[in-house]
Ligand binder design. Structure first.
Ligand code: NAP
Length: 592
């Protein structure tokens, strides 16, 4: 080493911390190894930093997983990593074994079920054909909702099973709740940094190349979001049920003529409600707290009233809230309920926070109450308009949640908020939730069969409006079910007009409470089995929208029966046929 080199090295090293010195020693050692390897390998096989590859797989029902996957891609590409980004639904499970670095971003649907796009891969890694993944490094980011018992179960499954198959975990998995944005972004940065560790193994975390600021991450057009909703003025609010109906569904038209609120038929809108005053009053009376008490929410000082109005969930209680309440006010009876999952589920199903406060009373401060409650979440509604038919507008179809249980009237937070919104001056805070898993066929001439019950009719209004304006449109068939013909035939006149104009080819209805025997949409499907099968053979796409718990499963069973009968197949083959329809995206579900 020359004197000049020595001086340069000394000037550099005196300014370094202990950790940085460790890193530099490893870095220099790396040079000698690389030089040695370079002497032995032909040029094209020299390992290079840019050869690091990462496959990002996302599987989620809403666009949240895809949004995070795109962020991860951006972060990784800034680090010189080659990224392959894929929806799990389009990924060949067998390709797992050739991955080097794998980032899985997956949500959990309802109580522990993988979203449809993740189902095949999830099944594969648990199956007999699952390959050894000794050479695969992986990390799992799980999205979920902690109000469900099996919070983030699908993500947990992936993390555990990839390890069982021999995969090496890059960083511990992260389970994200509804407020996922910040923790997920922090975790992604950490994970991508750790990925860099594969290239420079001795690189200490704090000396790594700083990853882009969130401004760069959010470099794409700023969209309206849960944290930054658009205050949409109200054009119209119409009660859709006829006189004498026990319940109500509202049609609401919003003015959305602004950038950042673009949507397609099949998308949903997230609506941010406020809690109704009568429920807040009950909470204050039950706790004997003052509405003006000072509290802190998300680091911001506010009054108890404001926090109960805007920030905290009151109209439904979830397992996490009850457990926090029990930690604060231990009660043996309540513990017995918490300990038995079925009992606990039933308890939560029909109660709100006032029920809990009344049944297990305890002296509580405003601060503690705020700490126990859960943040108020937006509610999702399938958009019932087509932007082609109503540019600058967005329509919602909102079933009012209003029932009596446990001796008290219960009202849904968001449906009540929307049902009371003022047409003159009211505004509705909204943002778009893209749903790539519920889309019209790309080719407008493809026949479609739409099956919906109750407010599950919403996206079909958007579909048919859209098709009415499409060139070369194919046949369409709507199956709609609700309680009564007289009072609950939602958008009856519009459907009649669509039938007249030819935008809708056929419509069959099932009004469950009109006759002595219940008739549901699936009964109408079975009655039309021969023709439905013909449509299926012609390449029709099928859609199911509405209740997830019973209706969606029953309709799918009906489809299996129809295929079994008309295609002369056994149940197993017919079931496989339906599964394949779903894989090919010819059967799509929008169910809650
Ligand atoms: P609903 O009253 O729950 O049901 C509508 C009709 O479906 C009724 O006639 C009902 O009959 C019948 N039904 C009951 N069980 C059924 C089954 N197993 N198979 C087929 N039909 C059955 O409707 P809703 O209150 O409007 O709620 C619809 C559901 O769709 C909710 O779960 C909602 O969350 C979901 N959803 C809403 C939207 C939206 O944008 N608004 C979008 C997607 C999904 P009976 O009551 O007489 O038994």
């Amino acid at each position: 080493m020359s004197a000049q080199q020595f001086e340069l090295l000394t000037r550099l090293t005196v300014s370094l911390s202990k950790d940085q010195l460790t890193w530099v020693s490893g870095y220099l050692a790396g040079f000698s190894v690389r030089d040695h390897a370079q002497q032995q390998l032909p040029d094209e096989t020299v390992p290079s930093v840019t050869q690091t590859s990462l496959t990002i797989l996302f599987g989620s029902r809403t666009g949240n997983g895809e949004g995070l996957a795109k962020k991860a891609q951006l972060l990784a590409e800034e680090q010189g990593v080659n990224v392959v980004l894929k929806n799990m639904a389009d990924y060949r499970p067998r390709d797992l074994q050739v991955e080097k670095n794998l980032l899985v971003i997956v949500s959990t649907h309802g109580d522990g079920v993988p979203p449809f796009s993740a189902a095949e891969l999830h099944e594969f890694i648990y199956g007999k054909r699952a390959p050894k993944l000794d050479a695969v490094r992986f990390a799992v980011l799980a999205l979920g909702d902690s109000s469900y018992f099996q919070f983030c179960k699908t993500g947990k499954d992936f993390d555990e099973q990839l390890e069982k198959l021999g995969g090496k975990r890059i960083v511990p998995w992260l389970a994200c709740d509804l407020d996922f944005e910040q923790p997920a972004e922090d975790w992604l940065k950490k994970t991508i940094n750790a990925l860099g560790g594969e290239i420079c193994t001795t690189l200490p975390a704090d000396s790594q190349h700083p990853i882009s600021s969130s401004a760069a991450i959010n470099g794409e057009t700023v969209k309206f979001s849960k944290k930054n909703p658009f205050q949409a003025p109200v054009f119209e609010k119409i009660a859709l049920h006829g006189k004498g109906s026990e319940r109500q569904t509202f049609h609401i038209e919003l003015a959305t003529d602004t950038k950042g609120l673009e949507y397609e038929p099949g998308d949903s809108a997230g609506v941010i409600p406020v809690n109704p005053d009568d429920l807040i009053k009950e909470v204050l009376e039950t706790t004997a707290l003052n509405s003006s008490d000072e509290v802190e929410v998300n680091g911001i000082k506010t009054t108890l009233y404001e926090s109960l109005h805007r920030n905290l969930e009151l109209s439904k209680i979830t397992a996490d809230v009850v457990k926090r309440y029990q930690e604060f006010a231990a009660n043996r009876k309540l513990q017995k309920i918490i300990d038995i999952p079925d009992k606990f589920k039933n308890y939560l199903y029909v109660r709100d926070i006032v029920d809990l406060l009344k049944e297990y009373p305890v002296k509580i401060t405003a601060e503690n109450l705020v700490r126990i409650l859960r943040p108020l979440q937006p509610r999702s509604y399938s958009i019932s308009s087509s932007p082609k038919a109503f540019p600058g507008e967005l329509h919602l179809t909102v079933g009012e949640v209003n029932y009596e249980s446990n001796g008290r009237r219960k009202r849904g937070a968001c449906s009540t908020f929307l049902s009371k919104v003022d047409i003159e001056n009211g505004q509705v805070p909204i943002f778009i939730e893209s749903n790539q898993n519920f889309r019209l066929p790309k080719d407008a001439s493809t026949p479609i069969v739409m099956i919906g019950a109750g407010t599950g009719i919403a996206p079909y209004r958007a579909f048919v409006q859209h098709r009415e304006l499409s060139e070369n449109r194919g046949k369409s068939w709507l199956f709609f079910g609700n309680r009564n013909f007289e009072t609950e035939f939602l958008y009856q006149t519009e459907w009649q007009n669509f039938l007249k104009s030819g935008a809708l080819t056929k419509m069959d209805v099932a009004f469950s409470r009109d006759g002595s025997q219940k008739k549901y949409v699936q009964h109408r499907l079975v009655e039309n089995s021969a023709e439905l099968y013909k449509w299926l053979k012609e390449g029709a796409h099928f859609y199911i929208c509405g209740d997830m718990n019973k209706m969606a499963g029953d309709v799918q069973s009906a489809l299996v029966k129809i295929i079994e009968k008309e295609g002369a197949m056994n149940t197993e083959s017919a079931q496989e046929y339906v599964n394949n329809l779903q894989k090919e995206r010819r059967l799509q579900l929008d169910v809650y």
